[in-house]
Design a binder for this molecule. Structure first.
Ligand SMILES: NC(=O)C1=CN([C@@H]2O[C@H](COP(=O)(O)OP(=O)(O)OC[C@H]3O[C@@H](n4cnc5c(N)ncnc54)[C@H](O)[C@@H]3O)[C@@H](O)[C@H]2O)C=CC1
Ligand SMILES: O=C(O)C(=O)[C@H](O)COP(=O)(O)O
Length: 407
């Protein structure tokens, strides 16, 4: 059992001794605060108590005083300064990353905590693919001629590896915590990736210190050593790449292609850096409807268990039908066909253009995220293929593909 799940169970046992049937200790219905950018949260959590949707940045602190539970996204800093003296007994974050939560303080304060590991991993992988396919078309190269170095091989990095390898693209993996743990896999040093990879893509948590520190993992020295033409991607946390150093290297003329979804700092990114990168987006790599819905259901299920009213939710009972019903693919799957299919579902240039329009105007970064256009995962596209190999490969990549032989 993961440590966070274990802590939820232990805290739940304590809670059960003093509270029953979704009622707080005073006998009133539990009050659950949810971030207003959590799709399906109002409907789901109202099965368990009284729900109030609130902005996450800044969070209206007065609402915390009589609340029992708090469901956040990554923009809310959860720590003693926010929660000391409140009645909050459970915090859920509908995100994969947890660097916005002081979980050590929550533990010593006896507040249960649950996150949503892997909820949006597919979305991030599809963001990376959209970016790579766009750059490959623009610069005229075949992805199969490139080596992709993946730093952080967890839910995102592992799925990225699987899809790249399904396409015959060589990957190099770097994940010291997994290597030290003895996990199976051909793990290499970051140095080796820097030397050998044509694409370097970061998918680690943000650790500000400790043996596996990732703060400025890509520092000036690392960036300076990247081969000319390297594609550098950061879709994990802004401070994993030293943004000032990156800007300096780009201004000095270092030949890199850069894709940044996350910034140092957010929401006030450095517009001069945005001007220099090839693709820049407003921390939306994980923003598919499926990814957000999974985040909500994961914390909903954890909280329902915490209060002793265990419920499970099937994602397809929540999600609307996708925009595209089905399409037919004739013949095999080459890079250009794959790019067209991928971009039928999601084209990263849409989000890049939106950010460039508003960057530098206070409040606009968060507005883009709040009013994010609906985006689905590749699995929402039903592709009928008359070629069996194309169908098998698309299925492996995550599309809803079938082989229907031509009669
Ligand atoms: N841009 C976005 O919208 C999103 C960003 N994220 C970020 O991406 C991160 C990764 O996401 P997941 O794959 O779901 O997390 P995960 O926890 O499943 O995987 C992270 C991997 O990084 C490895 N790692 C830790 N320290 C490392 C180091 N120093 N060097 C190399 N590898 C290291 C871990 O061992 C683990 O295998 C999250 O922590 C979150 O901050 C996640 C989802 C969406
Ligand atoms: O899950 C994560 O980790 C992320 O980075 C999320 O995609 C961030 O989304 P918000 O929590 O900032 O809405």
């Amino acid at each position: 059992m993961a440590l966070s799940a274990l802590r939820v169970c232990l805290a739940a046992r304590l809670w059960h001794t003093c509270a029953l049937n979704s009622r707080s200790q005073t006998g009133t219905l539990v009050k659950i605060l949810v971030d207003e950018n959590m799709p399906y949260a109002r409907d789901l959590f109202s099965r368990l108590g009284e729900v109030k949707a609130v902005p996450g940045r800044p969070i209206p602190v007065a609402e915390l005083a009589d609340a029992d539970a708090l469901m956040v996204r990554s923009v809310t800093k959860v720590n003693a300064a926010l929660l000391q003296g409140t009645g909050i007994k459970f915090v859920g974050t509908a995100t994969a990353g947890t660097d916005h939560v002081d979980d050590a303080w929550l533990e010593q304060a006896g507040i249960a905590f649950s996150a949503a590991p892997g909820c949006n991993a597919i979305a991030v992988v599809e963001y990376v693919f959209s970016s790579l396919l766009m750059l490959a078309e623009r610069d005229g190269f075949a992805l199969t001629d490139r080596t992709v170095g993946i730093v952080g091989v967890g839910n995102v990095g592992g799925r990225l590896q699987a899809r790249l390898e399904a396409l015959g693209i060589r990957t190099l993996l770097c994940d010291p915590p997994r290597a030290d743990h003895g996990d199976a896999g051909d793990f290499r040093s970051l140095d080796e990736l820097v030397r050998e990879a044509d694409v370097l893509t970061f998918h680690t948590p943000l650790f500000k210190d400790g043996p596996y520190k990732t703060l400025h993992l890509a520092d000036e020295a690392l960036i300076a050593r990247l081969k000319p033409g390297t594609i550098l991607i950061n879709a994990c946390r802004g401070p994993v790449v030293d943004n000032a150093a990156l800007l300096q290297r780009l201004q000095a003329g270092q030949a890199l292609s850069v894709v940044l979804d996350v910034w140092e700092p957010e929401p006030d990114l450095n517009v001069a850096l945005l001007d220099r990168v090839d693709i820049g987006t407003a921390h939306i790599a994980g923003y598919t409807l499926e990814g957000k819905a999974r985040g909500t259901t994961q914390v909903f299920e954890a909280y329902s268990e915490f209060i002793g009213k265990r419920q499970q939710v099937a994602l397809d009972t929540l999600l609307p039908a996708p925009e595209f019903g089905r399409i037919t693919l004739h013949g095999g799957l080459d890079q250009s066909t794959l790019k067209r299919l991928v971009h039928l579902v999601y084209d990263v240039r849409r989000d890049d253009a939106l950010l460039r329009k508003v960057a530098g105007t206070p409040g606009e970064f968060d507005k883009l995220r709040k009013h994010y256009l609906e985006r689905r995962e590749w699995s929402s596209l039903y592709v009928q293929c008359d070629d069996a190999d194309a169908a098998a490969l698309l299925l492996k990549l995550g599309f809803n593909a079938v082989h229907t032989p031509v009669r």
